[in-house]
Design a protein around this ligand. Structure first.
Ligand code: SF4
Ligand code: SF4
Ligand SMILES: [Zn+2]
Length: 225
């Protein structure tokens, strides 16, 4: 039962922040009501001679919007004549309390690349363009043997600042830097919230924290010597 409960808890469920309250902030006082929890039921009996797989698609929700993000998440295998019956409750929660409430599967950022090619140095280059051959991401547009290399328009999406082009250019024509004020964020959602909501809500929470911090600073007595 514990393994089942764990598997069930980790199934990402589509979330509706507009119509549901956090249980601890709900008018029911945390007892659980239709404004703060959704019931998911499962009632499966294997009458066949083969083993069957119970998946997230077998969960029946009392709100058609609040359902697993995918119907194909395995829960358990049932052998002939076995059955699985339960009632589960899904509630809003915060990831700092438990990882099962995470709405983001993966997040990372990297610096925005700034790469300059000094065309004057390229003019006298006898190995056009050997530097671009070393770019494993193929981010250079190399024309004829006479034309100077250029970066493709969206090079920043894939450049990982490896500096291979810089090291391999015999004329020192390539400068690889990054912008201190620009970052490329990559966010992988687990499907429970749309991206727009994820970003908007994150900023709202961040702003609330800053306002709270400012408020606490106001009430502090600071002595400056
Ligand atoms: S970038 Fe470097 S290797 Fe490429 S053409 Fe210019 S000088 Fe030559
Ligand atoms: S820094 Fe690396 S990835 Fe970026 S353009 Fe140069 S060789 Fe390619
Ligand atoms: Zn409630």
């Amino acid at each position: 039962d514990e393994i089942l409960a764990h598997r069930l808890a980790m199934i990402p469920i589509v979330t509706d922040l507009k119509h549901y309250n956090f249980q601890q902030e709900c008018s029911c006082g945390g007892a659980g009501c239709s404004l703060c929890s959704v019931t998911l039921t499962c009632d499966i009996k294997n009458d066949t001679d083969e083993t069957i797989l119970v998946t997230s698609g077998d969960l029946i929700s009392n709100d058609p919007i609040i359902v697993p993000v995918s119907p194909n998440i395995p829960i358990v295998k049932l052998e002939h004549d076995s059955s699985l019956t339960f009632e589960a409750f899904t509630v809003l929660g915060r990831a700092k309390d438990h990882a099962k409430f995470q709405s983001v599967a993966n997040i990372g950022y990297r610096f925005y690349p700034k790469i300059e090619i000094d065309e004057r140095k390229c003019e006298k280059c006898t190995q056009k363009c050997i530097a671009s051959d070393y770019c494993s991401k193929k981010l250079f547009e190399v024309g004829t043997e006479k034309s100077n290399p250029k970066l493709i328009p969206d090079f920043w999406k894939n450049c990982d600042l490896c500096e291979a082009c810089f090291h391999e250019c015999p004329e020192g024509a390539i400068k690889v830097e990054w912008d201190d004020n620009k970052f490329i964020f990559s966010i992988e959602s687990d499907g429970v919230l749309p991206f727009g909501t994820l970003l908007k809500k994150s900023w709202e929470i961040f702003k609330e924290k800053i306002d709270d911090f400012k408020e606490q600073l106001k009430n502090l007595e600071i002595e400056i010597e």
